[in-house]
Design a protein around this ligand. Structure first.
Ligand code: NAP
Length: 304
C-alpha cells in the first residue's frame, strides 16, 4: 500500500513517498482537500508560505487526524520559506521568524521538513540556510532542505562550512529529468523530491491563469492521441497520471500529486501496483527535454 512506502532522509526521518501537493489550492478549499487526502491514506502533505494556504492546510490536518484516527506524528508535513519580504531578502533571524509564523498558521509545534523555496541571491542563501540549520538544531524542523537548487548552489553551502541539506525539491518528470543534478544529489545523500510529476498531462493546470504559454503549447502535445504516456498507461492498465507518478516512485523520488477532485486524489494514491519494465524506463530516458514547466518561462533550477 502506498502509505507504507517511505525513504529515509539523512536526518534519520522517514519521508512517505506519496505526498499530497497543495500549490494553487486556495486557503478556503485547502482544509477539505487535505482532510480528504488523509482519509484516503496520504501521510505526507506539502505546503509553503508562498501558497497562502497554511491555515487551511492546518485545519485539514486537524480534521484529517480525527477522521482517520491517527496522530500528528503519523503525518509528514513540509512547508517552505519564501526567501523575500517586501522585495528584499530575509535575514537569518527573519528566516527563523518566518518558520515560527508558518508553525503558527499550521497549528503545529514542528514541521517534518522545512525548505528554502527558491535560490535568489548567494549571500541570502547562506544566511537563510544558517536560519534553517538553527531551526533544525532547536527541533522546530525534523529535517531541512532546499528547493530549486542546482549543484553549484549546494556546493556554496558546503564551501561555507554549513550542513548538507537533507532534501532538494525539484521539478522531475519524463520531460524534465535533470540526470546530472539527480546523480549529484544521490552522491551527497540528498533526497530528490519530485514536484509537478503530472506536467506532461493535457489536464495539468487547466484552470484560468494557472499555466503559462509554454505550458499551453506542451499541453497540446499531451492531448495528441499518439502521446507516449497514453500508450504506456494503456499498456500497464493505469491512468496517465498513475503512470507518471509510478515513474517517479520507481526512480525512488517522493512525489507530490495535487488535486482538489476526490476521484483524482484517490487515483493518485493508488500508484504502486505496477512496475515499469526496463525497456520502457530506457525509452522514457530519451524523452527528456531539459528545463521544467512549473515556473512558467523561468527555470528556477538554472536561474542564479
Ligand atoms: P501536479 O500535482 O503535477 O499536477 C496537478 C495538476 O494536474 C492539476 O491541474 C490537477 O487538476 C491535475 N491532475 C491531478 N491529478 C490528476 C489526474 N489523476 N488526472 C488528470 N489530471 C490530474 O502539479 P503541481 O501542483 O505543479 O505539483 C505538485 C506539488 O508539488 C504542488 O502542489 C506543490 O506542493 C509542489 N510544487 C513545488 C514547487 C516548488 O517550487 N518547490 C513548484 C511546483 C509544485 P485538479 O486539481 O483539477 O484535479
Amino acid at each position: 500500500m502506498a502509505a507504507m512506502l517511505t525513504r529515509e532522509l539523512t536526518s534519520g526521518v522517514q519521508i512517505p513517498l506519496v505526498g499530497f501537493g497543495t500549490y494553487l489550492i486556495p486557503d478556503d478549499e485547502a482544509a477539505a482537500a487535505v482532510e480528504n487526502a488523509l482519509v484516503t491514506g496520504y501521510r505526507h502533505i506539502d505546503t509553503a508560505e508562498f501558497y497562502n494556504n497554511e491555515r487551511g492546510v492546518g485545519e485539514g490536518l486537524r480534521r484529517g487526524l480525527q477522521q482517520a484516527g491517527i496522530e500528528r506524528g503519523d503525518v509528514f508535513v513540509t512547508t517552505k520559506l519564501w526567501p523575500q519580504t517586501h522585495d528584499r531578502n530575509k535575514s537569518t533571524q527573519e528566516t527563523v521568524r518566518s518558520l515560527d509564523e508558518s508553525l503558527n498558521r499550521l497549528g503545529v509545534d514542528q514541521v517534518d521538513l522545512y525548505l528554502i523555496h527558491a535560490t535568489f541571491g548567494r549571500e541570502q542563501r547562506l544566511q537563510q540556510w544558517q536560519g534553517l540549520a538553527d531551526a533544525y538544531n532547536s527541533g522546530k524542523a525534523r529535517a531541512i532542505g532546499v528547493s530549486n537548487f542546482n549543484a553549484s548552489h549546494i556546493d556554496e553551502l558546503i564551501a561555507a562550512g554549513l550542513p548538507l541539506p537533507h532534501a532538494n525539491q525539484i521539478e522531475l518528470h519524463p520531460w524534465s529529468q535533470k540526470p546530472g543534478l539527480v546523480a549529484y544529489l544521490n552522491q551527497k545523500g540528498i533526497t530528490p523530491i519530485a514536484y509537478s510529476s503530472l506536467a506532461p498531462l493535457s489536464t495539468w493546470r487547466t484552470a484560468p491563469g494557472h499555466a503559462s504559454g509554454k505550458t499551453r503549447q506542451m499541453r497540446a502535445e499531451g492531448e495528441q492521441a499518439d502521446s507516449p504516456f497514453k500508450r504506456l498507461a494503456e499498456k500497464y492498465g493505469v491512468s496517465e497520471a498513475q503512470f507518471l507518478l509510478g515513474w517517479g516512485l520507481q526512480n525512488g523520488y517522493p512525489v507530490l500529486p495535487k488535486s482538489t477532485k476526490p476521484e483524482r486524489i484517490r487515483q493518485n494514491f493508488d500508484i504502486d501496483s505496477f512496475q515499469i519494465d526496463s525497456a520502457d524506463m530506457e525509452y522514457i530516458r530519451g524523452l527528456d527535454r531539459g528545463a521544467g514547466l512549473a515556473w512558467g518561462e523561468v527555470d528556477p533550477v538554472t536561474h542564479d
